[in-house]
Ligand binder design. Structure first.
Ligand SMILES: Nc1nc2c(c(=O)[nH]1)N[C@H]1C(S)=C(S)[C@@H](COP(=O)(O)OP(=O)(O)OC[C@H]3O[C@@H](n4cnc5c(=O)[nH]c(N)nc54)[C@H](O)[C@@H]3O)O[C@H]1N2
Ligand SMILES: Nc1nc2c(c(=O)[nH]1)N[C@H]1C(S)=C(S)[C@@H](COP(=O)(O)OP(=O)(O)OC[C@H]3O[C@@H](n4cnc5c(=O)[nH]c(N)nc54)[C@H](O)[C@@H]3O)O[C@H]1N2
Ligand code: SF4
Ligand SMILES: [Mo]
Length: 768
């Protein structure tokens, strides 16, 4: 007998509502939920493949523990015994910083990933925290931290109402959007054009998004900060600055104007390879549009001036009066946001409160660069102990971070490593204990992270569509037990973790004069929480204390978990609305337009004015039916155009003697890979492109389909030394490479074969 269940899709940031068809304990189909308040029936090919992703036979079914070098299936109890026995001695002998915590992207797509990793980090007391943020959006956090005093206050383009969208280094037709949660992003872009709005895309590739645009600017990779700085300087020079309603909340306009005056269109044109007239037009169009939003993503973040480019995106929004106004870029208000606090000066945002041990990289948002993980394990210094143990949750840095070969070796040298991961992959194969979460249909879903980045305020929650299979443990419980095992409380009831959080949160709330529960008894409030388990009670608490909450009775019409459960397709909370000055937490209580660390980084940007390297540079790309490193094992999502090829412009191909389909060797500072050429004029000259997340040819993994067509790891071309200095974000785009057609004697003969896992002669090897 088949039945249906609702499930929010966890496979990308668009958070579409799915209607799953279930047969017994299997998911047999997925379609878009037409009644979903936000996604209204939209689904993409990945969402449609949810049943195959969920049922992948290579997903691990139970925990594994390494015994005599071999991973063996054990009971959950034995697995957590092994975690406690592996981690505690490291903490006791070498201190908490010797245990690293590595968090990957899917943590923002799970309830468990939102609720427990902060407790793990705080409980361990480690400063050795590395996440996918530093190969992704850390520059945006740093820029928001400095501008607004809150690293999480990220303005989101008002896609549905804007008249003009300037999109930089993003390809939402393939990625479905990022730091801008918008189910059916492609449809929303078409609607923008249909209502007479304009779309400009800045991207070195003529992407599917660029093809939809009114204007495509094929900028030279890595130079967006220059382009945006020149646009800002045009606004100043041509008296087009108009802060609008946000003027009273902004300081530093004159200082900013002065700091940017060297970045004229003529000065940046040679470096950006965008003519000065175009830069002027881009600035004038932005200023002239009734409303406009500038939005930057991966291509503006994972570059040498990522923080400056991210800052300039918002600078342009501010200078044109588009920050915090409908049709511009606004701060969403999620149902689980912290209770609103009164506007006024805050604590500000500090950078570099500590540093990495080896290269002295400053922390940002409590994190060290993922690109420095390998050296923090494999290099001894006087500045403290190297990492001896790792807790890895939902991360595959061997493929997603620079120089996977070096990290691969380093992981193999750890005293202890535990991975919470459904797969035995390039990273988890090194673990001493692997704790596999259930597949998504057996897990609950709420978008703690993405609702704070959504183009419309709304709230949705889906309970597990299927009960856990025998032998499964919910990921929330896995992580709660992991917190206990890592912090010397192994064996305690995992619900105690949630009880403690509830106790502490309510204790704080009742003491806060601005809280609706001020003066009440926390134990009484805790008793009012509903939900069938600890994580649900925590969600109930967050909803009730949040900006739309019932305040535990203070507002009887307010939000509670019960109320949310009564709305299985979600509750719409309205369009984004102006919120300034409430979100500001800077010391001044205002938007600080030219923060000191930014000003101090501008000379580096000025130096880039003169740079114009003439070699080839590499950029990445995403494919609609893929997701970073972990979806190449699903046959329905691979093949066709989703292939690990080196795209190259026909003129470059001809000059270098490269034919379409021929294997080419690509060399970078970190190593060399060989991939088949795909000659296409969708790239600008001088730029080649390889997708990331491939390279599934290491031994000891259990990814049978992926291993059959492994592709190559683009991040092997990087040595981990190129970072955006303010954020510690890895430079993944605009990286210099050399390429040559494969010769018969060269390594790797088959299509997309790896070049072996050592660095080739003449290039620095691991550790060098
Ligand atoms: N060259 C280059 N490199 C890049 C990028 C790029 O554009 N170019 N992009 C970067 C970006 S934006 C990101 S976010 C990173 C991603 O980097 P990572 O987060 O390291 O990589 P993912 O491939 O997302 O893999 C995450 C891991 O989570 C596991 N997983 C999947 N579902 C779950 C789950 O429900 N629970 C748990 N516990 N685990 C799960 C998968 O098996 C996989 O091992 O890669 C970065 N690397
Ligand atoms: N299908 C699919 N969807 C995904 C993912 C996936 O792997 N596959 N990953 C998810 C994740 S973790 C993230 S973070 C998001 C990312 O979401 P997006 O940022 O939209 O991702 P990309 O498709 O990589 O788009 C980045 C674009 O930047 C361009 N670019 C490269 N260098 C430069 C540069 O220097 N300047 C400019 N202006 N452009 C440049 C590239 O050509 C590319 O088109 O996607 C998410 N969604
Ligand atoms: S767009 Fe993203 S969230 Fe929506 S169905 Fe596709 S993968 Fe899932
Ligand atoms: Mo990402």
């Amino acid at each position: 007998m088949s039945r249906t269940a609702l499930r929010i899709c966890p496979l990308c940031e668009a958070t579409c509502g799915l209607t799953l068809t279930l047969d017994g304990s299997r998911v047999t189909g997925a379609r878009g939920d037409r009644d979903d308040v936000f996604s209204k029936g939209f689904i993409c090919p990945k969402g449609a493949a949810f049943p195959a992703v969920d049922a992948d036979p290579d997903r691990l079914r139970g925990p594994l523990v390494r015994v005599d070098g071999e991973l063996r299936e054990v009971s959950w109890e034995e697995a957590f015994d092994a975690v406690a026995a592996g981690l505690r001695p490291v903490v006791e002998r070498h201190g908490p910083h010797a245990v690293g915590v590595v968090l990957g992207n899917p943590n923002v797509h799970t309830v468990a990933g939102a609720l427990y990793p902060p407790l793990l980090i705080a409980g361990l007391g480690t400063r050795s925290v590395f996440t996918a943020s530093t190969v992704d959006q850390m520059p945006k956090h740093v820029s928001s931290g400095l501008l607004f005093g809150d690293a999480h206050a990220i303005p989101v383009p008002d896609l549905d109402r804007t008249d003009h969208l300037l999109l930089i280094g993003a390809n939402p037709l393939e990625s479905n959007g990022s730091l801008c949660t918008a189910p059916d992003f492609p449809g929303r872009l078409r609607a923008l054009r249909a209502r007479g709005g304009t779309l400009t895309v800045v991207d070195p590739r003529r992407t599917r998004t660029a093809r939809l645009a009114d204007r495509h600017v094929a900028v030279r990779p890595g130079t967006d900060a220059l382009l945006l700085a020149a646009m800002a300087s045009v606004l100043v020079e041509e008296h087009l600055v108009d802060l609008g309603e946000c003027a009273p909340h902004v300081q530093g306009v004159a200082e900013l104007a002065d700091a940017l005056k060297d970045f004229t269109p003529e000065a940046v044109a040679p470096a950006c390879d965008v003519d000065a007239d175009t830069v002027r037009v881009l600035a004038r169009e932005l200023a002239a549009a009734p409303t406009a939003a500038v939005y930057g993503r991966i291509g503006s973040c994972t570059v040498p001036h990522g923080t400056l480019a991210s800052w300039l995106v918002d600078v342009l929004n501010i200078l044109t009066g588009n920050l915090d106004r409908p049709g511009g870029a606004l701060f969403p208000r999620a149902a689980t946001d912290k209770p609103p606090r009164p506007a006024g000066p805050g604590r500000g945002f500090a950078l570099g409160r500590w540093h990495s041990r080896v290269s002295r990289h400053p922390e940002a948002k409590g994190e060290l660069p993922l690109a420095a993980l390998a050296e923090e394990i494999d290099t001894a210094t006087d500045a403290g102990e190297p990492l001896r143990a790792l807790v890895v949750v939902a991360a595959n840095p061997v493929l997603s971070a620079p120089d996977g070969d070096r990290l691969d070796k380093a992981l193999g040298s750890l005293d202890f490593m535990v991975s919470v991961d459904p797969y035995l992959n390039e990273t988890s194969r090194h673990a001493h204990v692997v704790l596999p979460p259930p597949p998504p249909a057996q897990s609950p879903h709420h978008d703690f992270a993405f609702n704070t980045l959504a183009v419309r305020n709304q709230v949705r929650y889906t309970r597990p569509a299927l009960p856990p299979e025998p032998g499964r443990m919910p990921e929330t419980e896995i992580l709660a037990r992991l917190v206990l095992a890592a912090t010397g409380r192994h064996g305690t009831d995992p619900e105690a973790v949630d009880r403690l959080v509830v106790h502490q949160t309510l204790g704080k709330a009742v003491n806060d004069p601005h809280s609706p529960v001020h003066g009440r008894d926390p134990e009484e409030l805790a008793g009012l929480l509903t939900g069938r388990d600890g994580p649900e009670r925590r969600l109930d608490m967050m909803l009730r204390l949040g900006p739309y909450g019932d305040g535990f009775g203070a507002d009887p019409d307010g939000l509670t978990l019960d109320r949310l459960l009564a709305h299985p397709h979600g509750i719409d909370l309205g369009p984004l609305s102006p919120r300034l000055p409430q979100p500001l937490k800077t010391r001044s209580g205002r938007v600080e337009l030219l923060p000191e660390p930014i000003a101090a980084d501008l000379p580096r940007l000025r130096a880039a004015l003169g740079e114009r390297p003439d070699g080839l540079v590499l950029v990445g790309r995403r494919h609609l039916r893929s997701n970073n490193s972990w979806m190449h094992n699903v046959p329905a999502l691979t093949g066709g155009t989703n292939r690990c090829t080196l795209q190259i412009h026909p003129d470059d191909a001809e000059r270098l003697g490269v034919r379409d389909g021929q294997p080419v060797r690509v060399r970078g500072a970190g190593g060399e890979v060989t991939a088949p050429a795909e000659v296409t004029d969708a790239l600008r000259r001088g730029v080649v492109s390889l997708p990331h997340g491939w390279g599934h040819d290491r031994p000891g993994t259990r990814l049978r389909h992926a291993a059959a067509d492994p592709g190559v790891n683009v991040n092997q071309l990087l040595d981990g030394s190129l970072l955006d200095p303010l954020s510690g974000n890895a430079v993944l785009n605009g990286v210099p490479v050399e390429i040559a057609p494969e010769t018969a004697s060269g390594p790797g003969t088959g299509a997309a074969s790896g070049a072996g896992h050592g660095a080739p002669a003449g290039l620095p090897g691991p550790g060098g």
